[in-house]
Structures are given as structure tokens and as C-alpha cells.
Design a protein around this ligand. Sequence first.
Ligand SMILES: *[C@@H]1O[C@H](CO)[C@@H](O)[C@H](O)[C@H]1NC(C)=O
Ligand SMILES: *[C@@H]1O[C@H](CO)[C@@H](O)[C@H](O)[C@H]1NC(C)=O
Ligand SMILES: *[C@@H]1O[C@H](CO)[C@@H](O)[C@H](O)[C@H]1NC(C)=O
Ligand SMILES: *[C@@H]1O[C@H](CO)[C@@H](O)[C@H](O)[C@H]1NC(C)=O
Ligand SMILES: *[C@@H]1O[C@H](CO)[C@@H](O)[C@H](O)[C@H]1NC(C)=O
Length: 801
Amino acid sequence: MASSSPTFLAILLLLLFFHFRPSSPLPLSVESPDEDVIVSWPKGTFTAGFRRVGENAYCFGVWFSQAEKSVVWMANRDLPVNGKRSSLSLLKNGNLVLSDAGQIDVWATNTLSPEPLELHLHDTGNLVLREQSNRSSVLWQSFNFPTDTLLPGQILTRFTKLVSSRSAGNHSSGFYQLFFDNDNVFRLLYEGPQVSSVYWPDPWLVSNNVGSGNGRSTYNSSKVAVLDDFGRFSASDHFDFKTIDYGLLLQRRLTLDYDGNVRIYSRKNGQEDWSITGQFKSQPCFIHGICGPYSICSYEQAIGRKCTCLEGFSWIDSQDWSLGCKPNFQPTCDNKTEYHFVPLDEVDFYGYDYGSSFSNYTYKQCEKLCLGLCECMGFQYTFAPENGLFWCYPKTQLLNGHRSPGFTGQIFLRRPKNSVQENHLQNNDGLVCSRNAEKLLERPYVKGQKNGSVKFMLWFAVGLGGFEVMCIFMVWCFLFRSSNHLVSADRQGYVLAAATGFRRYTYSELKQATKGFREEIGRGAGGTVYKGVLSDNRVAAIKKLHEFADQGESEFLTEVSIIGRLNHMNLIGMWGYCVEGKHRMLVYEYMENGSLANNLPSNSLDWSKRYNIAVGMAKGLAYLHEECLEWILHCDIKPQNILLDSDYQPKVADFGLSKPLNRNNLNNSSFSRIRGTRGYMAPEWVFNLQITSKVDVYSYGIVVLEMITGRSPMIGVQVTELGAESHNERLATWVREKRRKAPAGACWVEQIVDPTLGSDYDMKQMEILATVALECVEEEKDARPSMSQVVERLQSHEHDS
Ligand SMILES: *[C@@H]1O[C@H](CO)[C@@H](O)[C@H](O)[C@H]1NC(C)=O
Ligand SMILES: *[C@@H]1O[C@H](CO)[C@@H](O)[C@H](O)[C@H]1NC(C)=O
Ligand SMILES: *[C@@H]1O[C@H](CO)[C@@H](O)[C@H](O)[C@H]1NC(C)=O
Ligand SMILES: *[C@@H]1O[C@H](CO)[C@@H](O)[C@H](O)[C@H]1NC(C)=O
Ligand SMILES: *[C@@H]1O[C@H](CO)[C@@H](O)[C@H](O)[C@H]1NC(C)=O
């Protein structure tokens, strides 16, 4: 039946085309891994070829020729290929593909070229696909797709990151990542199966005035990091690291190891062994996720790192410590079970506290608090000498446990009274070796089937589609996950809070910081803003809220914790809050260049700054609208709420207290009263229509028109009898009219541009910005683009000039 159908014929033809792989310079076959290799030229330092990673499983990679264990790059680390009939081949169309058992393509460079190409391995370890006739025309290079290792001269950028291996014997993607975060800081992240958190730079290091943690800078957005041949590693956030043998010209590599530490290794040519000449984390037990939940990490120089299950718990997989331990008792939550608390000295569990911390609690009060919470697994009870109070931290999960001698707090574990007492310490020795043992990986060799052709086409399509989806997904993740990985992982916001130095301030602290609320720098509907200097010398903007004085403490804390979790370079950073009696205050980073409203009338904003501000604002709003767990509307976008840092990077301020919206509940009744500022308000407010994120899009459009034209939208706003302003869009109408009346062929934007800009602007960018702004101020909300669409369109023209 099928053989006569034309579709089958078409498939057959296609199949013939694909099966006949015209790829001569290099099919490298998996079946002769020792001969089918590419050796770097001219020195032969590196070798590329197939590596056995398990029983009948192979990956294509690059390694040091004289130190075969040190693989520096892999094409298909997560999808090993079969030991039979798999090959790496260069198709005639210029695509380099790795096929599994001659059937599915598991990896490809997705390159296209009419010219003949060649695959070349440089002595730097860079595998490049380039034109045969023009060697400087590189279509693809492995340096742009690092796995867990960075070689000297290989630049880590905003588009790349290192991902650790899963374990010593398993090269697939593991739990640790080294990357540039959205705030331009170079970080290490634990991205575990359940939770994720940043652990380097040390999350509890409070950011100082010009950066966060360890003197890192958030201002250099070039996001590049590179290791040189002499042992110096430097990143654009001012992180600078020198190995102990710095200055010698040696073979070097920087690897994010499977245990979450970054180590720089060096090796004299001709020696097999690498020596560690630098590492980013000196205390291995402070790496998150290293021992898994409900276990404790300890480290001794002689034996190295060790994980121990908590008393009453046992390993989930004794071969893999990172999975952690499970309780030997049945955790229950009823009134019948009686509990007791088992103390544990010199042990700290980082993160996952319930609520904020509770100060001035007696031990009994803390115990009661924990017993009252189903999910409380225990608590930390600590005396803080700096304020002479006892603090209580109920824990909902016991993660990142480590023994730290000298740690003053105690952990009290909650246990059912009748649970069978286990012997105190499980014997965990001996795991160290078995953990590194290679597990067998099944790669059964499937014989070509009779109707393999159709199947193959299907697989091919699925594979290709899957790869594309993966790429899109990866780009998406890279762009956005770094900004909200903490939000999704951590229920109480604690980790992020600590990572960004977010904390609670007392009224007297803030009074002192502002010298008795003397220097007022702004005033709005919600409150008054004062400049202050915190005890750690950071300059802050402290906002005293009027509106929220009658709001309950817990409600206020909920909202504050949501704002505190938002973290984007185009949103103003919040460092903390104060809630004491009737006082409600928010502590923000201080912006040196004031607001957009201050800067527009003066001549300080040239065209490129204005365009940059429009893009940044849009990014900040897009993050608020779509990328967070909660959907947050700003509802009061205006030049007064756009602040500018020392580089004139815009940061949206004053967001959050307008209540996050639930995506499923758009008719949120909390919007019963009109919010916003005359001239910038969308028609929906006036006509009492449904309020969506498009109200911010409208206000954004008005602000952008104001930046382009230099005209205030407030001129000509009329107030009707009812007191509501008639929805008068003078500015928008004026711009629209100018566009309509412009003679064909003439450039209409010339007619609207702020005269103070002169002719010093990019016509094409100006036109796109004005066009997008006009779409944003459409009457009909559905005709307006979303904030992320705005970002996309503006970004595609960012580098036009
Ligand atoms: C070789 O390729 C490079 C990069 O694509 C290009 O700039 C250069 O003009 C080419 N040279 C020749 C001789 O075609
Ligand atoms: C940003 O970092 C890069 C790389 O470290 C450096 O070349 C550049 O000068 C830095 N820019 C500023 C403004 O400091
Ligand atoms: C436990 O007791 C409290 C009051 O003592 C009661 O309100 C609650 O419903 C009880 N819970 C269960 C699960 O029995
Ligand atoms: C701590 O609590 C005790 C008793 O509730 C109270 O007398 C004391 O003033 C509190 N101390 C502080 C510093 O709040
Ligand atoms: C390597 O780890 C991955 C992810 O945990 C797992 O799926 C795979 O089976 C492991 N491979 C080997 C050879 O153990």
C-alpha cells in the first residue's frame, strides 16, 4: 500500500539523498577510535576524537594528547552514541553532524556553506570548522560552546557558561554552573534537582556601594572572562585571580569540577599529572548541594570531603551523595504524635528558613513555633552578640549542611518521640571510592529495521526539531533563568535575600542613616524619600511609606518579600525594609543621576543615552510583567519613576506595592481605585475597563514619546467635571498627526524630534522607536505590543548606529 503512494516515493527520494552522505574529507568512525582522530597542528597538544564514556557508549570530544583523562570539550556529553556505526561527518552543505548508529543525528553544528570546508584543531584546543580556501573564515568553533573547561585564550561570554560534569566518571551535565548573572556579576550556581542557589561569591557578603560581594562590580556589562597562559584569570566584574605558579608559561586549564569548585590546573609538558594551582572556593563544604538534603558535609585535609546522614536518616543512593538522605521514620503532622528535639552542635544548614527570622525568642518560644508548623524540620537557635538577642530560625528543609567548628548556633532536629532510635552515626566511609566507579550505560545496538526508512525520516525530523527546540529553550533559559532561578527554587526568598544583602533594618538604624530624615530627595503619593548612609557606608535611598502605615505587618512583609526577590539590572535594587510599630520603610540603592524627569529638561541625555534608556526600561518592565513567578503591574510609569545610575542605565523604581496579579485572575478586585499619574494613564483607567499589563505599555509609550520630542504630555490635559481627567492624549495625537501629514518620501521623525538633540541622532533608530511608541499608545489595549515584544524590536536595532 505504502510503496505505491507518492508520499512514500518522496520520502524514499529524500531518504536516498540523506543516506548518501557525500562527506568525504572526514567521516571519523567510532569503530576505530584510536586511528580516527584529529591531532592539533603544529604541536599536537590536543587530540579530537571519540571517547568511550561507558559500555558501548561514546562521546566526541577534545582532550590533551598527553593527558588523556583531561577532556576539555565534548560535543554530545548528554547523548552518548553507540559504539557501532556512529560517525562524525561533514555534509556537502557544510553541516558537521554526529550520527548515532548511522540513524539519528545527535549533534550538529547547523552550519551551511557552498564552499568546501575543513575541520581543524588548533594547538589552543579550539576545534574550528572553516573554509578550505580562506582559513580565516570560521563557521563554527568549539571555543564558543564550552562544556566544563575553559582553556587559555578562550573567552567566556554572556552567551556561554560552564556546566560541571555529573560525577568523576560521568561527563553528562551536572548541577553546577559558572556564568555571568543579569547584574553582570560572575557567579557559581547550584542548580539541583529540587532547588537552586548561588554560592559564590559568598551569598552572605553584603554588597558594598559599587558592587556585590568581594568588591565585584555590577557596572561593567561587557561580561567577559578569560584565563591567560601565565595563570591569571580575570572577569569584567573586576574578579581577578592569580594561580600560585603565576608567571610560568605552562599548559593550563580551568575546570568547573563535578563537586562545584572551580579549579585551575597546570602541567609541565611531558608530565601526565596536573597540579591544582588555584581554586575559587577554599572551603569545599560551603558549596551548595554538595552533600544533598539531610546530610552534613565535613572536610579534613587528610581524607578530604565526607558526607554523613543526619541521625535517623539514611542515604537515598549510597553511591551518589548529592541525592542526600531520607528519614527512617514516617514524618507525620497530626496532634497525636509527640515530638522531641535533638541538639546538634557546630552544624549549620544554610537557607530555607520559615518566614523571616524571629528575634528575642526564648528557646521554648522557638520550639513552640516549630511545633506549630507542619513542615518545620527543626530550628537553629543562635545568640547574636552584636545585639544581645537570641534568634530563632525554623527550617523547612535541611539543606547545605556542614560542620563548622566555632559556629555558635545550635541546630535542634525535630523527631517523633516514638521513632526507633538509630545508631548515632551511619558508617559512611568507603563511599569515596565506589562513588567514582563507572556505571555501565546500556547502548544496545539496534539493527536497521525493514521499514527503517520512514522511521529514520521521523527520527531525523524529531531530532532536528528537538535540537531546535533545545536551542531556543537554552537561549531562553540563559536569558531569563539567571534572573529568576532563585525565585522558583526557594520558597522563602531567603537565599536570594542573603545573596543580595536584603535585610530588615530597625527604625533607629534608618534614623541614624538619614541623620533624622533630613535630606529629602523625592516625594510621591506613596511616601517621602530620603538620602542616607547605612552603617556599612553604602549610600541608600530610604522611602518612608505613608499609605501602608495601617497595613498589617505580615501583609507588608509578604509584599516586601516579593519585591525583594525581584532582581533585574533595570529594576531598582531593594536592600531591605523596616517595619516597626507604625513605621513602614523601604531601603533602596541610591541612584546618582536622579530620575529621568530631572534629566530630560537639562541637556544631559544625548540620543544614544535616550535609546538605551528606552530599551532598559522596556527590559525592566518585561521582567516585571512576564518573567517572574508573580505577575506584577507597575501602574505608575512616568519619568519620575525611571532612575538613572552613574552610567545612565535606567532602573525602574517604585514598583511592587501595587499588588502582584495572579495570572489566572486578571479581574483582580484590588484595583478598585485609579492609580497612576495624569498624562501617562491608559484609557482603561478612565473607562473602567479591565486592567492588564497593557496599562504599563501605554505609559511606557508616552514616556518614550516624551523622550523623543522633549514635550511633556501634561500640557493640555483637561480635567472633567467628574474629576477624572478626560483621556486626552495630546502628545500622542500630535505625533500621529505629524506622521500622517508628512509628505511621502520625507522623513517624518525630523518633525517631532526634540530640538535640543539637533541632528545628532540615528534616523533609523529614531523611526523605529517612534513607531513602537505610537503602537504602545494605541487606544485599544490589544493593539499594543507586549513589553517583551517591544524589547525584541528595539534590540534588533540597538547596534544600527
Ligand atoms: C576570508 O574570510 C574573512 C572572514 O569571513 C573575510 O573577512 C575575508 O575577506 C576573506 N578573504 C578572502 C581572500 O576572501
Ligand atoms: C569592562 O571590562 C573589560 C574586560 O575586562 C575591559 O576591557 C573594559 O575596559 C571594562 N570597561 C570599563 C568601563 O571598565
Ligand atoms: C490539632 O489541635 C488543634 C487545637 O488544639 C485543632 O485546632 C486542630 O484542628 C487539630 N488538628 C488535627 C489535625 O487534629
Ligand atoms: C526581649 O523580650 C523581653 C520579654 O518579652 C522584653 O522585656 C525585652 O525588652 C525584649 N528585648 C528587646 C531588645 O526587644
Ligand atoms: C550520567 O548521569 C546522567 C544524569 O544523572 C545519567 O542519566 C546517566 O545514566 C549517567 N551515565 C553513566 C554512565 O553513569
